[in-house]
Design a protein around this ligand. Structure first.
Ligand code: PLP
Length: 493
């Protein structure tokens, strides 16, 4: 393809993308595609073509075979998992970034790539209310993109392990412990598997809304240390995946005063975006995060209007990462790196090359401004309040945990017809809810996610797609009620 062919194909691509978004807005497509596993292989040739093909044919095949297999994360009825951030500013940012195919691993590899990331991270850090210690401009702390929140946790654990082993050289790896809770995202266990380290998942309870309490942490630390074990990092969560639980960082702060060797990584992959609104900062323990977190991660690619992937991590002390990850063979040395006058982000993450993601975050931050972000977050929280009110007034549904920001967890739980009747036993409720979720999952016009909380099978509804409006929440509630009735009737027969 030459430059002029690219120009033509590019115009066509933008036209088709716009048509796609009009179709989504007008609900001309269902949120889930109508395809079965393995649908694609019979439609495509078994091997790559011997000679290059005309791009118009390739673009048409993309429309014909690939688009129909999308799950539409930007559909207004997408209420599963957590939302996937999107904005046209983000699309254009990615387009410009990929147009230079620039692996930006050190300053010299592309000065604008490094410098923009460093500046945009300071903007984002200020927008979230993070402490000035986390600013790149501080020269001590700083932040950069990791590939995902899972990788951010892995990097934080690697850094904490290095720091711990340097301070306690006699600690054996088999005695070292990563602390998470039973509600931590699978990233905790995955990091343990990758690093060959044991993970201790601290128990959290329904009474505490699945949040980690200080006393649980203190008891575990004392117990493990008495046994000669070495807990060295706690992965705390602001907004767990299952129920949006927020670990009690204020209590954790009090405990770690007596156990200063333990590092704290805060995984706020989803809920961290709520920090743009001052009214959510206290419930998310921003003040305490600013006081004790060694590292903090949130995902702009979830609730933050930015196309996948955009997973920033900030650290209080950049040496924490560099001491663990800086390996500099001669071919990676540069005069600027040797002089220590620049940031070489290759030493802050796992890979060498890195995508030029800061351009899209820059576009999105400028396109929306802080107010645009605040509006986006508040809108989702308000819609969730509407859903919660509807569930609370239903005879058929009940919440399984307090709503968290824009996430609700509920289940079918028919209210007894008369006060002397008792509710259905837990086992029966689980069977009923599996039946209900089976019905919901067989539909193409809504997508929700299942989870299990304290042995209860429940269903999550997560709001945050920019296209979702109040009417979509009311429609989703109607549809959920209808399926709940049908599931109950089928179960009662
Ligand atoms: N942490 C939490 C609380 C999450 O909810 C998720 C994903 O839903 C993750 C981490 C993983 O995010 P990523 O895909 O960026 O690794």
């Amino acid at each position: 393809m030459d430059i002029e062919q690219f120009r033509k194909a590019g115009y066509q691509a933008i036209d088709r993308i716009c048509d796609y978004y009009y179709a989504l807005e007008q609900s001309k497509v269902t949120v889930l595609p109508d395809v079965e596993p393995g649908y694609l292989r019979p439609l495509l040739p078994a091997s790559a073509p011997e000679s290059g093909e005309d791009f118009s044919q390739i673009a048409d095949d993309y429309q014909k075979f690939i688009v129909p297999g999308y799950t539409h994360w930007q559909h207004p009825a997408f209420l599963a998992y957590f939302p996937a951030g999107f904005s046209f500013e983000g699309v254009l940012g990615d387009l410009y970034a990929s147009s230079v195919s620039n692996p930006g691993f050190n300053w010299l590899a592309s000065p604008s790539c490094t410098e923009l990331e460093s500046i945009v991270f300071d903007w984002a850090s200020q927008m979230l209310g993070l402490s000035p210690s986390f600013l790149n401009s501080s020269g001590v702390g700083g932040g950069c993109f990791q590939n995902t929140a899972s990788e951010a946790a892995l990097v934080a654990i690697i850094a904490a392990r290095s720091a711990y082993v340097a301070a306690y050289p006699d600690a054996k790896l088999e005695d070292m412990r990563i602390y998470t809770t039973t509600q931590t995202h699978s990233l905790g266990l995955k990091a343990g598997v990758i690093l060959g380290l044991t993970v201790r998942a601290l128990q959290v309870t329904r009474e505490d809304n699945f949040s980690l309490r200080g006393e649980t942490l203190r008891a575990a630390l004392e117990e493990d240390k008495k046994m000669g074990l070495h807990p060295f990092i706690l992965v705390a969560t602001i907004g767990t995946t299952s129920s949006g639980a927020i670990d009690n960082i204020a209590e954790i702060k009090t405990v770690v005063k007596d156990h200063s060797e333990i590092k704290i990584h805060v995984d706020a992959a989803w809920a961290g975006m709520a920090l743009v609104c001052p009214e959510f900062r206290e419930m998310c323990y921003l003040k305490e995060i600013n006081e004790i977190a060694d590292s903090f991660c949130t995902n702009f690619h979830k609730w933050g209007l930015t196309n996948f992937d955009a997973a920033p991590m900030w650290v209080r002390d950049r040496k924490y990462l560099i001491d663990a990850l800086d390996i500099t063979p001669p071919f990676l040395r540069t005069a600027q790196g040797d002089a220590g006058t620049v940031i070489d982000y290759r030493n802050w993450h796992l890979g060498l090359g890195r995508r030029f993601r800061s351009v899209k975050l820059w576009f999105v931050l400028r396109g929306y401004g802080v107010e645009g972000f605040q509006k986006h977050i508040r809108k989702a929280v308000d819609f969730n309040k509407i859903f919660v009110d509807l569930v609370s007034s239903s005879d058929l549904l009940s919440l399984c945990a307090p709503p968290s920001l824009s996430l609700s967890v509920f289940r079918v739980n028919p209210k007894p017809a008369t006060p002397d009747q008792s509710s259905l036993p837990e086992e029966t409720l689980n069977d009923l809810n599996k039946l209900f979720y089976g019905r919901i999952s067989s539909r193409k016009d809504i997508i929700l996610t299942q989870t299990v909380l304290n042995g209860q099978f429940c269903i999550r509804l997560a709001i945050g797609s920019s296209r979702t409006q109040e009417a979509h929440i009311r429609e989703a509630f109607e549809l959920i009620t209808q399926e709940a009735k049908l599931a109950y009737e089928a179960w009662a027969q």
